[in-house]
Design a protein around this ligand. Structure first.
Ligand code: UDX
Ligand code: ADP
Length: 448
């Protein structure tokens, strides 16, 4: 058994770095964990009572470890921690490139490379550098090059340790993971990282592979999950035309033990920071390696998702006779305050373009941040409650599956007579909507 690393650092205090390090610190009280970020506001929030990430159970875990063996530190004040670290995790964003070679598909590694330069300048002795952010295959090679070119005496081993947590269930996923994956060729470094997770994860769930397999496995797992959502969403449209009911079809298909019941919930389209970005990264890799047919196969998973969002937006706009629409749910799924790539972004933009006024409500997303992401948000307002959002609207689009939207008392919420409720998640109380005399459209259910 390898000894536990004594000190670890994570660069990037976001949706992945923050919760992951909080759980490591909570489970390994003997390990000092410092989380660095160059965004001073974000660090201040991690050190306050209002954490920048909403995740069930996170505040309690942070509360137990912060100040004991978990510290959130602004990057420039963290140089000593970096010099002393045995292991440094890189957990920064890897968005889709917007310019240059591969624009629109390839992952932008500039944030990762900036971290590698910073690590090379400030690390001391032999340090294990861990890719935690999702990377394209062979990104570790690039990190090794940047580290070697900028090193001032320190030496490095690069490992891949992709994170499989899903937002909204991050703490449970971290505490009881299906698997932890460590990719690398240096047995001592792999053993050291393994010992950290072995503190609370059963050994058979800690998988080790080569570096490139680990990098590709993360992209592959997300591509498979996204493909299931696009598959069920494609059939949701067919259900609406044929009289079949997508919930029933999914339940039957999911009882086949070879298929399984998870990730078969029809929706207004998948969102989040990973699926679209990782699929596009996979498409780019396939094109780059001369596999256009494979690229086209995965591209279709993205295209179907864009189509699903477009068709919902068009239907809601058509239903809103008085051009006033309430959007319930801005987060890309329930139990998170994250709205990156959320279906609501596209649906709201499309409604505004078609001349509708939109009033939105989400229990966790900050409306002002969402509005600023929209850019031109003329016609967009944010309500303090679902009831306030619904007053006088001609159509309602339920876009996130928050529990409170499943139990709304439709007869008394003040929606205009003759309005239509469009349920993009299959969660609303159908009987309550009908009893209130409102029109109802549910994703994957035949109209009427
Ligand atoms: C995903 C992977 O699940 C996780 O393993 C990886 O580490 C990061 O990417 P995340 O994006 O946080 O996690 O959430 P996930 O639960 O996968 O949902 C992604 C999107 O798919 C959401 O918009 C969700 O609403 C949608 N979805 C999911 C469906 O529409 N139907 C489903 O049946 C499941
Ligand atoms: P993820 O969902 O992958 O965690 P986020 O965008 O939530 O992505 O978090 C990434 C974090 O990394 C942000 O808080 C950002 O400020 C931080 N970050 C990006 N580049 C650097 C860098 N070079 N040094 C320090 N922090 C960085």
């Amino acid at each position: 058994m390898n000894p536990l690393p004594e000190k670890i650092v994570c660069i990037g205090a976001g949706y992945v770095g923050g919760p992951t390090m909080a759980v490591i610190a909570e489970r390994c009280p003997a390990v000092g964990v410092t989380v660095l970020d160059h965004d001073a506001g974000r660090i201040a929030a991690w050190n306050s009572d209002r954490l920048p990430v909403f995740e069930p159970g996170l505040a309690e875990i942070v509360g137990r470890a912060r100040g004991r063996n978990l510290w959130f530190v602004e990057q420039r004040a963290g140089l000593a921690a970096l010099a002393e670290a045995d292991v440094i995790f890189i957990s920064v964003q890897t968005p889709t490139k917007t310019e240059g070679e591969g624009a629109g598909k390839a992952s932008d590694l500039r944030y990762v490379e900036a971290c590698a330069r910073f690590i090379a300048e400030h690390a001391r002795g032999h340090t294990i550098v861990v890719e935690k952010s999702t990377m394209p295959v062979r990104a570790a090679e690039r990190i090794q090059q940047v580290l070697a070119a900028n090193a001032t005496g320190a030496t490095f081993t690069v490992l891949s340790n992709p994170e499989f947590l899903a937002e909204g269930t991050a703490i449970r996923d971290l505490l009881q993971p299906d698997r932890v994956l460590i990719g690398g060729e240096d047995a001592a470094a792999v053993g050291s990282l393994r010992s950290l997770y072995a503190t609370w994860v059963p050994p058979e769930r800690i998988l080790t592979t080569g570096l490139w397999s680990a990098e590709l496995s993360k992209l592959a797992a997300n591509a498979f999950l996204a493909q299931r959502v696009s598959s069920i969403n494609s059939l949701s449209a067919l259900c609406e035309r044929t009289g079949a009911e997508i919930g029933e079809v999914a339940a039957v298909v999911g009882t086949d033990s070879r298929i399984g019941p998870k990730f078969l919930k029809a929706s207004v389209g998948f969102g989040g920071s990973c699926f679209r970005k990782d699929l596009l990264s996979l498409v780019y890799l396939c094109e780059h390696h001369g596999l256009p047919e494979v690229a086209a196969y995965w591209q279709q998973v993205v295209d179907l998702n864009e189509w699903q969002k477009r068709r919902v937006a068009a239907e809601v706009a058509a239903a809103a006779k008085n051009r006033r629409v309430a959007v319930l749910g801005l987060a890309f799924k329930k139990d998170t305050n994250d709205f990156r790539e959320s279906a609501a972004l596209q649906v709201v933009r499309s409604l505004l373009r078609s001349g509708c006024e939109v009033v939105a409500y989400d229990p966790r997303v900050e409306g002002a941040r969402f509005a600023s992401e929209l850019g031109d948000a003329t016609g967009f307002t944010v309500a303090a409650s679902a009831r306030q959002a619904l007053a006088g609207v001609g159509a309602v689009a339920v876009l996130t599956e928050w529990e409170e939207f499943a139990t709304l008392p439709w007869a008394s919420v003040g929606v205009a007579a003759g309005a239509t409720v469009f349920d993009g998640r299959g969660i609303v109380d159908r009987a309550a909507v009908r009893q209130a005399g409102l029109g109802l459209r549910v994703i994957g259910s035949p109209a009427g």
